[in-house]
Design a protein around this ligand. Structure first.
Ligand code: MRU
Length: 340
């Protein structure tokens, strides 16, 4: 399985997902700014993966600091925290990872700066490793949904490459495959930047999983024909009332599933759950450059000067969600907050 990101001798290697599926190239980052830019330009993407990248960015930045005390060290890191938090607003994983490191430094303020640096590097590695274990548990908790011969639809890429490993929505797919269960996956291409076509199709094919690619607007027709048994998608931020922010178009797919009585599941690790926000209306939604819509792989497909709305995410109300699959179990959206 390809790794989205890895730490090696004080440097961070990021798989440049903008080049997939044609090229497999890693970007070596030794400065936090390079990691921040890789998050912004989607070289690394997917909520858990960018949370891990944020933790590594802080680790990389901390190595170069010559702060005279733990207090000064924390204040020297403040611009780094801010820079990485500001890269992409919707996925809560970035703030979750940064807060985790910040709290750790505060709790260990009696340590030397060099001890704190080691602590941060270990914490970043731990965040990465925990994500892999979390995804495996999500896979185990959702495995029973995979009945012999079933067909599941997914959206965007909530796969191994969107995480530290295994993926969230894809974890039960990898496990079902390991267990010899026969199933099919329908991957939606996911305009505008085609994470479904370029990344989900690529990683599932590589794993020998039976995957078929469709245009986003084909989903309704297949659901109506009864060709899909259930949906599993990922999330960038799931909030207190069970509303789910995920890649733009997730809401449309959820409405189509409801219309056709097809269960709609969301795979959500705790790192993507934000209980501080009561409802989905309050989730900040990233808006990205119009060129993502007016061009495909650098080729213009719309007239110069056209007005564009390019929301990167939408919110699916809890009411459309059958259940949320976490590493701690599967819960109805309105029960999620009592079970974390
Ligand atoms: O813009 P992206 O590619 O970062 O969006 C990714 C998604 O919407 C994923 O579904 C989500 O981050 C969950 S990844 C396990």
């Amino acid at each position: 399985m390809l790794q989205s990101i890895r730490w090696e001798n004080g440097a961070v290697y990021i798989l440049d997902q903008r080049l997939l599926p044609e090229k497999i190239e890693y970007i070596k980052c030794t400065h936090y700014e390079e990691i921040a830019q890789a998050i912004e330009n989607l070289s690394i993407r997917g909520a858990p993966a960018i949370g891990i990248a944020a933790a590594y960015a802080v680790a990389v930045a901390s190595i170069g600091l010559k702060s005279s005390s733990a207090k000064k060290f924390l204040s020297d890191l403040n611009p780094v925290f801010q820079r990485v938090i500001n890269t992409r607003p919707t996925a809560v994983n970035i703030k979750w990872a940064v807060d985790r490191i910040k709290n750790l430094i505060e709790k260990n303020a009696s340590l030397s700066v060099s001890e704190l640096k080691d602590l941060i590097i270990n914490e970043a590695l731990k965040i990465h490793e925990e994500d892999i274990q979390t995804n495996k548990r999500i896979g185990e908790n959702a495995l029973h949904l995979f009945k012999e011969g079933c067909t599941v639809i997914t959206y965007c890429n909530a796969g191994a490459l969107a995480t530290g490993g295994y993926g969230t929505a894809t974890a039960p797919m990898y496990l079902a495959k390991e267990n010899g269960i026969k199933f099919k996956v329908i991957a939606c291409e996911t305009r505008p930047v085609l994470q479904g076509a370029r990344i989900t199709a690529f990683e599932l094919m590589k794993a020998g999983i039976d995957v078929t690619l469709i245009c986003d607007n084909t989903a309704g027709a297949l659901l109506r024909k009864g060709m899909i048994d259930f949906a599993i998608v990922g999330t960038d931020r799931t909030v207190r009332n069970g509303d789910v922010a995920n890649k733009i178009g997730t809401y449309s797919l959820a409405v189509l599933c409801r219309e056709n009585n097809v269960p709609f599941y969301v795979a959500a690790p705790s790192s993507s759950i934000d209980l501080s926000i009561p409802s989905g209306d309050m989730i900040p939604i990233e808006q990205r450059a119009p060129e993502e819509v007016t061009t495909i792989k650098g080729v213009r497909v719309a007239p110069e000067g056209i007005k564009v709305i390019n929301l990167a995410f939408d919110v699916t109300p809890a009411d459309y969600i059958t259940a949320i699959i976490t590493e701690k179990g599967i819960f109805k959206p309105d029960q999620l907050r009592f079970n974390l």
